[in-house]
Design a protein around this ligand. Sequence first.
Ligand code: GLA
Length: 649
Amino acid sequence: MASLFPTLRYGGDYNPEQWPREVWDEDVALMRGAGVTTATVGVFSWGLLEPSDGEYDFEWLDDIMDRLHEGGIRVILATATAAPPAWLVKAHPEMLPVDVNGTTLAFGSRQSYSPSSSAYLEHALRLVTKMAERYGSHPAVEAWHINNEYGCHVTRSYDAESAAAFRVWLEARYGTIEELNRVWGTAFWSQHYSSFDEVGVPSATPTFGNPGQNLDFDRFSSDALLRLHRAEHEVLRRITPDIPITTNFMGFFPDVDYWAWAPYVDFVTDDSYPDPADPDSYVVAAATRDLMRSLGGGKSWLLMEQAPSAVNWRNDNAPKAPGQHRGHTLQAIGRGSDGALHFQWRQSKAGAEKFHSAMVPHAGPDSRVHREVQALGAELASIEGVIGEGVDASVGLVFSWDAWWATRQYATPSRLDYVAEVLDWYRPFLDRGVGCDFVSVEATDEVLAQYRVIVLPSLVAVPEALLERLDAWVTAGGTLVVGRQSAILDENLHVRLGGYLGALRRTLGVRVEEFAPCAERAVTLDGSVEGHGVDWQEFVVVDDAEIVASFADGLTAGGAAVTRREQGTGSAWYVATRPDAQLAGAVAARALAETGVEGLIATPAPGVEAVERGSVRFIINHSGTEQTVTVAGEGLTLAAHDAVLVPRH
Ligand code: GLA
């Protein structure tokens, strides 16, 4: 896997416009001292770059770009379109986003635009064109950063232009109103439409709205943001064909389908803020790194933003303990990131983010945070050999935004936290030092063939084609693990009849007749795997499978809870409950054992992960206590928040 970058990138968002120019020279000197390679500039600068309609002021940006270049710092240059200026909003108040209740969201923070606003897009593209023409040949520029965190605050808007764009999108998708009626199942509560003109956005309704309409508005809203990204992308590609382009993703962000976006970036970037006060936050962080690597399917990925210490947007904003930030950073590098950038370089003195940590904190460079920043910069320089090296994964977890959106619908058997279910199944592999990728529902046979174990964690809505491909993959030797409620719906959220699980009924040899949620209650299991079910049981009919464990109590006592069936040279497991950590661990361990996959960690230790990237093994203790662990047969003791890098021969 070739990287776009010559060495690991290190640095962060830099907002020089917040500081007098005397500070700029100090910034460049400090960056050099900290091993910074890269600054992301101009992310929220539209109002200063175009202070009034069509009047531009690039002098200050020219100046800082030149200073950074003279200091040897490369620039990821933002297109500055994430926060439209006051004059534009004043001239086009119709561009403001409208929430589900019809409230217009006023100017005064950022992202003050409806994703479907034509006035916004026209002015954004005019600015992007100017930026590309002016800076496309500036020697400091190493990449374009389009907009910023699309959808972070405004994922969707219910304004008139959005409603019109939604109708156009629906007509393109369905062709005829009859097809829309069929897919949405409108022969229900008198929801039938006679023409596309009658269809609106799913605003606040008296009770549950139409599931198809809700799902399509989720899809449309992701596409509406992607349309903005692609429009900027086209301008940049045309004017500056050789400069790589990205936009920063937000990990497991609910509202934007990053599988659809990844083809439109040259390298994937991610913003990641694990809570330092949550001892488990390294788990979702690890999964996020693996997701970013997987989205690109072999492209470079780069950690674009992380906080050197506290953020400012939780109720209580814990700082990172000494060493904790190093652990987060090495986790990202170990899982494939070609560097580590931050929000932000110098901590703001004013504005809404003044209490957000930065690489140069309020206390100045003579501070704990900055000393750690300097040490980390030096350490990354010492391991830059990993650039371009890959991360092996023998497990694939199928992840789908459509399935996520299906779980957000109302009137379901029980509320299901999709990402929590994904992490239930990710964690046992992380704990054992087994490499995981995430896999799209559109994964081809070639992609599936890369994995020994594939997990479907509560993949509620799924196209039939994937189930057919997985059936063949099992026959060819794969081990499939299917979590509760998977495949109960098709991609239109229509129920699969005849016992849930669709085509998986054949592969698994079971079908599900009924669900039995049992809120906040653990269910005991009997059988050859240890552990409990949580919150949920199913009435499982076993047609042709081994019962590995049964429910020992609850409504379905005596019924199958965990089943396994051999097919061809593979096997398929079904787990008819939400597993606790012990049960997920036991099933994962059995699945790994039967495929001959050995994790780096034989006995999991709290907060410890181990991952191999090319020539380096990364062993990280994210916990606040000392841990002893055996990794690849070698025992070692790691102090609290310590990490060890071991060269591989
Ligand atoms: C996001 C944004 C940044 C900043 C940080 C604060 O990642 O992209 O501009 O607001 O959050 O954590």
